[in-house]
Design a protein around this ligand. Sequence first.
Ligand code: BGC
Length: 757
Amino acid sequence: MFIGLIAAAMIAATPQTDGDVPQLREDNIAEVVAAMTPEEKCTLIIGGKAKNFNGIGHTNIGVPGAAGVINGIPRYGIPTVVLADGPAGLRISPTRENDEKTYYCTGYPIATMLSSTWNLELVEETGKSMGNEVLEYGVDVLLAPGANIHRNPLCGRNFEYYSEDPYLTGMMAAAMINGIESNGVGTSLKHFAVNNQELNRLTNNSILSERTLREIYLRNFEIAVKESQPWTIMTSYNFINGEHAAESHRILTDILRGEWGFEGAVMTDWGGGYDDAAIVRAGNEMIQPGSDARYMNLLNAVNDGTLSMEDLDRAVTRILELVVKTPKFKGYVHSNTPDLEAHAKVCKKVADEGVVLLKNNGNALPVSKAQQIALFGTTSYDFIAGGTGSGNVNRPYVVDLMSGLSNLEFNLEPEVDAFYKEYMADEKIRRTRIDGKNPWTIDRERAIEVIPVELIEKSAQTADVAVVTIGRVFGEGKDRNLYYSYLLSDREQELLDRISDAFHAEGKKVVVVLNVGGYVEMCSWQDKVDAILLCWQPGQEGGNTVASVLCGEVNPSGHLPSTMSVSYELEPTAGNFPILYTDKPFNYSFYRQIKGKKLPMNTVKDIDYTLYEEGIFMGYRYFNTYAPKDVAYPFGFGLSYTTFKFDDMSVEPAEGGWNVKVTVTNTGKVAGKDVVQVYVKAPKGELEKPERELKGFAKTPLLDPGQSCEVSVYVSKESLASFNEATNAWEIDNGKYTFVAAQHSMDNSQKVKVKVE
Ligand code: BGC
């Protein structure tokens, strides 16, 4: 799968300390660059040699299971710098040869759940604890966060990304970067850019208009760069309008550095890019991971002049600017003993705020601990903490829902519980036989759903409430299958039918817990149940989080970071996404080979190329403008066990923009938090604009019943601009803009018009 994984050694830097050569310091980078040979410079640009990929990391140099390294060159005092995945926690090998110690890392909630908190402070705190593990396990740069856009619900890596909205994505990524980097370690904001499908990911060409590129697929990165200045950025595997993302001088140099002021270094994704000289010329400084072939390509390009010494030196300078910031360079002695217990608490705390209550008819939730729960669904007994691929984490444990409920001393219906425990033990044996223990895909193989017909009938008589978990896991290298992943299976539908018939006949409630990395279809089954809790893939503490929410110890305050449509066909991108091909038996990520140095770029739609025909009208930008009725749950939606009211909205001029103020009052009976989402509707102008766009948001503190607080959200004037292709510039139309302070994208309760010149 990865290009050029050649086992032979690269030309290594001379491993000697030579009295005549300068030793790297923060203030003598130019001197070191001037002393280096072209071979040494290429050694630095081409990452450490990859070993045979075993499903965890590509390297054994430095930290086992890390993804890669920047080669050290001892004679200049340049240390080997370690890079590891990301983004739901640090991904390294949990075990090492001849070592009894385990090197587990905290499995945090997936990025989509973090953004569902709409709580930037909490996401920064999460990053801070994640970054501490990076530091204490001897890693220098975490290959995270992922900031691609949820363009289509079937993208296999959506779980690693935050939202369909570039503002929410950019702000979340920045909070994460600021948190991680507060430890003195680096991040790699990825995958830059327009990387929204896994099928044929190495050669797919994303075709989109300049306006769409600027307003949606670059805007997320622009915000993250400006708000957090990450140490590094990782380019993506795909092509953008015919040019490889890692070879685009316009995007990497003119826009990223010229317009946005990015100061860090850029690396390729693993095995990404084709023309190594073009990659470096474009402003992509590191080619990861290393191979002899890529090293020779680069050196030959230097020797034949295709790559100038100026470009080579610029790349080396930026790499050394990164190196001098690392713990490795500073001689930090890592402990290998981060405080995993403290980090597990952060994991639970952030997951608690990311759970989204979608439905709660007749106050089905919370469930009192005195009530007996009949717990159904194989996933209740085998919770999914996160997705698969490089975004997986080797966590010490995963608390399933059964254990979470037992930890809180919930009363589980004993016969149903005993049945599932036995069934799951058998399934475990079957699954260990088939999955071959490949750490890349191991979690994708799930227990087969079972329908315990008699126990359903029987427990409807004895238990007080039914809780059913529906699970979905997917990950890198493959997009989701419409039939087996997005839609509920016949078996799952039958399970829900039988449970809802039996329990409703007895006047008892049915609660569904969605333990998923992305959306599933809702409309065919949601009316059969009383309450729906979207708990995403909540990390290792998952069952504890869901149990806390079920009993009301935690009042849900998560809000959707992307729109849930009524059906897949109604998605604005459905006609331009490869659903037809996702059930073909590709081993890993199906990709088209280059033949005779030519990419089959324009042959098969949705495989070789993908048309972003929807333009900027994707997610709520589309649904709010053209098809509000096609929405099952709007962007930003989330219920609570209490109710909130917004009053007294005002928009006051502030430096470079406005402060939008609104009073939020808890009008219900229990304490809770809400989110103020500020959308702006532009006046009619030359360009067609979405009905509204998110321009700011803030989460309230915990408000007691009857308590109010004033929330202030800053909206910058600059953020009102649209990209005009005719003038190639960001422009703001004059006129009256409607500012809306809302609880979700379709809420209109508080509005103020503002005249903008
Ligand atoms: C993924 C990146 C990851 C890298 C290193 C690639 O396959 O796309 O997200 O950081 O591998 O593991």
